[in-house]
Design a protein around this ligand. Sequence first.
Ligand code: KG4
Ligand code: ZN
Length: 343
Amino acid sequence: MLILGIETSCDETGVALYDAGAGRMLAHAVHSQVAMHEAYGGVVPELASRDHIRRLIPLSRGLFQQCGRAPGELAAVAFTEGPGLIGALLVGASFAQGLAFALGVRAIGIHHLEGHLLLPLLGERAPRFPFVALLVSGGHTQLMRVEGVGHYVLLGETQDDAAGEAFDKTAKVLGLGYPGGPALSRLAESGTPGRYRLPRPMIASGDLEFSFSGLKTAVLQLVRGTAPNLQFHADVARAFQDAVVDVLVAKCGLAMKTTGLTQLVVAGGVGANRPLRAALDAEARRQGFDVFYPEPELCTDNGAMIAFAAGLRLRAERTAPTPPAAFRFTVRPRWALDSLAAA
Ligand code: KG4
Ligand code: ZN
């Protein structure tokens, strides 16, 4: 059962072919718009939509060629229905719906975060339900209790900026371009540990809520009025990253304790951060739980997670994918993950 997955919620055009019968991801391809948005210091929604339109068909064609498969073999077309930028979502949704309609197969709308958090199930060493998921991306920082496909309970989330957003804004303050998360992390490698100490917001709040906007302000105050200096900036980057990692690890540790679960899945772009992985692994050894990560390449937005989530949803339905009765569709720029109906 061949599924085409399409991701266009933000600034990456992602496509993937997943053989749901064999449980095998055949291939995936991503076009990142980062270079295009860099000049503006952030994602320009209208430019993002237009670029998705330009990329989607050539990227999909290349994917079919690379796999030696044809669109006529598809059993379903999966796309990101939300959350995300409305124009960008509409490009993927209309492409997916049009293709599915033409082929007489089903189009399946997938929640972007569900894609992120189910992806580690594709790995050779996969978690089993139930587990705790930490979603850390540019737009979200959430801890979820995952009971099964479609059963998600929100345990806690950020009250203001997402962790990735804090990385990006702090990177901007340090003149590192956009998106600054990976660049900030690289700079932090040459930073002196403990040279500066930043607050750990809400670390002792006793609940699973987060707050990262104050951290960015603290960095701003630290660098204000100082001349640009590489070692100083590296020390500040190190202090910032240490603070974010400490908070994320403490909250994950608390989530494991309060739920009594023994598996933690880490998903989203910030999950690619190496010091975060090292610190979570250490905490897991200390507390005695297991941690699962997607491959670093699949931490950021991609079509593979959308195709894979659709495969799991179809399997959970235990029915053959049937084409829609009428050609109509919607996208959901705002969409709470715990509002999903169970499959
Ligand atoms: O999941 P994702 O690709 O897109 C969203 O749905 O947001 O996550 C992108 C975010 C950006 O904020 C980026 O700076 C951050 O993930 N990121 C990182 C790293 N790699 C990506 N942050 C810290 N360290 C990294 N290595
Ligand atoms: Zn994402």
